[in-house]
Every structure is written in C-alpha cells, then in structure tokens.
Write a protein that binds this ligand. Structure first.
Ligand code: 3HC
Length: 283
C-alpha cells in the first residue's frame, strides 16, 4: 500500500518504521525542516536496536529505510492510499490538517488519525467524505507494541474498516475495534490507573520507586505507572485525562493537581529530560 504519515515525531516516526517494515511504501510529511534529521535518526536508532536483537537482517534494515521518504508539501501525498495523521495532540492543528488533506489526497484515500483523545467524528466533520475517516491508534513504541485500535466514527464505512483491518494485519499487529468514545479501550482503562498512581504519590502514600516497583514486580508490568507516565509524556496523559473528564464527567478521570502542575512546568517526562524521574537522553 502507498501510505502517508503526517508528522515525524515520536509516534509518526514509529508508525512509519512499522509500516515500512511490513513492505509498504511510506512518505512522511514533516514540514519543519529541522525536525526531519532527528526523526530519521530515531527510526535508524530503533532499527539498529532491532538489528542488534536479531529481529531484523541488515538487508531488511536497508530496504526498510529506503522505503521511507520525507516530504515537506502535503501535495506530495497525492498518490497515497492511506494517510495516517500523527501530529501534535491539539484539536485545532489536527482539524486544520484534515481540511488540508482533503484538498491534496485522492478522493478514495483513507484518512486516519492516531489521536489518543480527540473524537474521530470531529475530525471526520472537517472533510466532505467522512465515510473514509477513522482512528488508527498505535501504542508507544509503535514498532514493538502489538496492538492497534481501529476506531469507527459515526459515518465511517464498512469498506473503510475492512481495508483498515487488512492493513493493520499486514503490520503483524492485532486489531481491537473501539467505539469513538474518549480513551477508546486502552486509555479508558490505563489512564485512570496512571493518575491513581500520581494521586498516591501526591498524598505521600508511598515513594515513586515503591509505587513503580509494586506494579512492575507485583503485577508483572514492564514499567511501573510513574515511569510509564514519563514514557508516554505527561502532557499526553494530561490531555487524555481532560478528554475523559469532558466526555464522562467522572471525578476519577480529572487530572490530579500534581500532573497539571508538572505539565505546566514543562516537566513532561523522558522527552523533556525530567518528569517523575530525570533522564540523560531521550529515546
Ligand atoms: N523493531 C522490532 N522490535 C524491536 C525494536 C524495533 N525497532 N526495538 C526493540 N525491539 C524489541 C527488542 O528486541 C525487545 O525484544 P525482546 O523482548 O524479544 O527481547 C523488545 O522490543 C523490547 O525492546 P528493548 O529491549 O529495546 O527495551 P526494553 O526491554 O527496555 O523495553 C519497552 C522497553 C518496550 C518500552 C517496555 O518497557 C514496555 O513494554 N513498556 C510499556 C510500554 C507501554 O505500556 N506502552 C503503551 C503506552 S500507552 C500509549 O502509547 C497510548 C497513548 O495514547 C497514550
């Protein structure tokens, strides 16, 4: 399939790597020239890890990287059959991209968003053919996580969903179908758990290390909840809280003050070098 990815950040780069690895031809639209080199470096480093672990052959790595091309104009996505939007989690920015994408990509291309908090129906309303709009929600790190949530909005067609399912399966990932409700399946379960850990820390119930060790060792999670907040990004966790609260009006979904203050202070986790923990380098 000819696939476009809009945005070359953490998720965009991870999605592009995953898609190219499955043999699809990928164009990444990254309009900020200075962001392209770090984006490619992220993909290269990730494939190096896969190579070192014996998950990828050197020749496959070269072929994967050759299938990825960075473009700076949306018009260069004109021949794409599927475009996955993975720009910053900001409603106005995403809506603007959907309006512009409609002008540039062919009329039967699927338009997907990797949003974790914005209703797909809202994005679909920005284009005149909402039947081709859906959510494709990847998890971080995209090349490693085995799940993609496929989100059907009110007007998403059966044909769009069937094509999306085939596409996700071609990536060797498992599909979970979700209604277009804030949080979808995973974040509606995960985020209340993460913020419960933040509240626990805020209330002095246990130290950050003990909260994390409890869930990593007691429940076999790969990371404790505060480490996972840092990994996801506190701004993203906060944005998901806001959308869950807005949608369901339940107190347990509201962002705790500590999370809000840390986000306002720019302590966003790994990507800013400091969250609940301090980091030397981002990955
Ligand atoms: N391609 C394929 N495989 C790769 C790879 C790549 N580019 N890079 C790494 N891998 C493999 C490694 O070989 C390793 O495989 P193994 O388990 O068979 O040995 C595995 O992936 C783990 O990689 P690493 O060894 O580099 O790293 P760690 O063992 O330290 O694990 C982690 C890192 C995968 C991030 C792990 O800690 C983890 O799973 N954490 C939880 C992540 C999580 O919960 N993500 C979801 C967040 S929620 C979200 O994204 C939704 C959003 O809307 C908020």
């Amino acid at each position: 399939m000819r696939v476009g990815v809009v945005g070359g950040g953490l998720m965009g780069a991870g999605i592009a790597e995953t898609v190219a690895r499955a043999g699809h031809d990928v164009r990444i639209h990254e309009p900020i020239a200075a962001a392209r080199a770090p984006s490619l470096a992220r993909i290269t480093a990730s494939t190096e890890r896969a190579l070192a672990a014996g998950k990828l052959e050197a020749q496959e790595q070269r072929a994967l990287l050759e299938r990825i091309v960075y473009v700076d104009e949306l018009a260069q996505l004109a021949d794409r059959e599927l475009v996955i939007e993975a720009v910053v989690e900001d409603r106005a920015v995403k809506l603007d991209y959907f309006r512009r994408l409609e002008r540039h990509v062919c009329a039967d291309a699927l338009l997907a968003s990797n949003t974790s908090s914005i209703p797909i129906a809202e994005l679909a309303a920005a284009v005149s053919t909402p039947e081709r709009v859906l959510g494709l929600h990847f998890f971080s790190p995209a090349p490693v996580m085995r799940l993609v949530e496929v989100v059907a909005a009110l007007d998403t067609s059966e044909q769009t969903l069937a094509t999306a399912r085939r596409f996700v399966e071609s990536l060797d990932k498992t599909v979970v179908m979700s209604k277009d409700r804030a949080g979808f399946v995973v974040n509606l379960l995960l985020v209340p758990y993460l913020v419960a850990a933040v509240r626990m820390l805020e209330e002095g119930f246990a130290t950050r290390e003990d909260i994390d060790a409890a869930m990593a060792l007691g429940c076999g999670h790969p990371m404790g909840p505060l480490t996972l907040c840092d990994f996801i990004g506190l701004d993203v966790v906060s944005a998901v809280c806001d959308s869950l609260f807005e949608e369901f009006k339940r107190a347990e979904y509201a962002a705790p003050p500590l999370l809000s203050r840390m986000t306002s202070a720019g302590r966003l986790g790994r990507k800013s070098g400091r969250g609940f923990y301090t980091y030397q380098a981002t990955r």
